[in-house]
Design a protein around this ligand. Structure first.
Ligand SMILES: Nc1ncnc2c1ncn2[C@@H]1O[C@H](COP(=O)(O)OP(=O)(O)OP(=O)(O)O)[C@@H](O)[C@H]1O
Length: 346
């Protein structure tokens, strides 16, 4: 007799991409069910800390919280900076992702994506956080492997494929072949660095102090990896005048922002060049044919693919859904036996 779906022992298994900036969750048979900022707002009253809101609502509070409430990003540079808070955030997101689908208290299996450069201690912290949040079995997958599977690269074949995953905190560069990672490196440069570069440029050149959310908006609207023709697009930014302390606004141009981003963009190029230099010749030969695939939100920076193609002399493609690629790949690795062997417990 075929059991109804809610009796199936696997239907709530989930893959979590706990990112520095966004958390994305894929649930077996349901696909991507959650994609929210990795932000949690904590209220402290009479010395007792309580979660107020998490995700989208918490992000709206960033930089605007009254005293007694803190909007926190528990991950920095791709690793957990505040374990207690991260655990509460994971628990909240896991509950939300299940959203009544976990009937009769059934236990679920979880796979978590980890940056290749993370230490054993950091990996244990992530596993413990998921176990404490209710997972009965926790496995890990290296982020670039998940990104490559999500981007549809041939990771199970004896063919080298290069993936560059540019997240909020880190840029992971990896060459994959035969279900394994032949080369990987993790550079602590990503979207957050680009935001910082924009904020410090505007502070230095225009004496205008802007918040994190504003600099991210400027990056998404005007940011690019190569200069435009002339001044390019323009937008108004608002913040606090550092000279007179008053609210102020000014117009900035794409050309100016491209200039401000040149250093972190240069670091991303450098990470890719170093990877190419250290890749075994047979795999390099494959990469000449396959090219480089970009994933992660940073891949959406305008003309980054062109800039990397100019630097490396190779074809560069942005994955179809760069922001959810890692979670999709991790989910596929959990579901599809073709990827047996890419999940680990440590
Ligand atoms: N259109 C865009 N242009 C440039 N950057 C963008 C764009 N859209 C999103 N981003 C950036 O992508 C980053 C988030 O990407 P992603 O969700 O892949 O990172 P993450 O998984 O949270 O980080 P990590 O993998 O480092 O832990 C943010 O810095 C965000 O500002």
């Amino acid at each position: 007799m075929k059991l109804p779906r809610f009796f199936s022992s696997t239907a709530c298994d989930m893959a979590i991409d706990l990112g520095t900036v966004n958390t994305v969750i894929h649930v077996r048979d349901r696909g991507i069910v959650l994609n929210e900022p990795s932000v949690i707002a904590i209220e402290t009253r009479d010395g007792i800390r309580k979660v107020k809101v998490v995700g989208n609502e918490a992000k709206l509070m960033m930089g605007k919280t009254p005293s007694g409430i803190q909007a926190i990003r528990p991950l920095r540079d791709g690793v957990i900076a505040d374990i207690d808070v991260a655990e509460q955030m994971i628990k909240h997101f896991m509950d939300k992702a299940l959203d009544g689908h976990s009937r009769f208290g059934r236990r679920h299996e979880v796979v978590i994506c980890v940056p290749t450069g993370s230490t054993m201690v950091e990996r244990r912290a992530l596993r413990d956080a998921a176990s404490n949040a209710g997972a009965y079995k926790v496995q890990l997958i290296e982020e670039p492997m998940a990104a490559a599977i999500g981007a549809g690269l041939p990771v199970t074949e004896p063919r080298g494929a290069m993936v560059v995953d540019i997240g909020g905190g880190t840029t992971e560069v990896a060459v994959l072949s035969l279900r394994g990672i032949a080369y990987s490196s993790s550079a602590r440069v990503g979207g957050d660095r680009l935001d910082d570069a924009i904020a410090s440029h505007i502070r230095r050149t225009h004496n205008l102090m802007i918040g994190e959310a504003t600099s991210e908006r400027v990056k998404c609207e005007l940011g690019a990896a190569t200069p435009p023709d002339g001044e390019g697009r323009r937008m108004i930014v608002k913040g606090r005048d550092l000279v007179n302390g008053r609210p102020a606004e000014m117009t900035i141009s794409e050309a100016e922002i491209v200039d401000a981003l040149s250093e972190p963009v240069g670091q991303i190029k450098m990470a890719v060049m170093t990877a190419l230099e250290q890749t075994a010749p047979e795999l390099s030969a494959d990469i000449i044919e396959e090219g480089i695939t970009l994933t992660g939100g940073g891949a959406l920076l305008q003309r980054l693919d062109e800039a990397l193609s100019d630097t490396t002399g190779l074809p560069v493609t942005v994955a179809e859904k760069p922001l959810i690629c890692v979670a999709m790949g991790a989910g596929r690795a959990l579901e599809d036996r073709a990827y047996d062997g890419v999940l680990t417990v440590s």
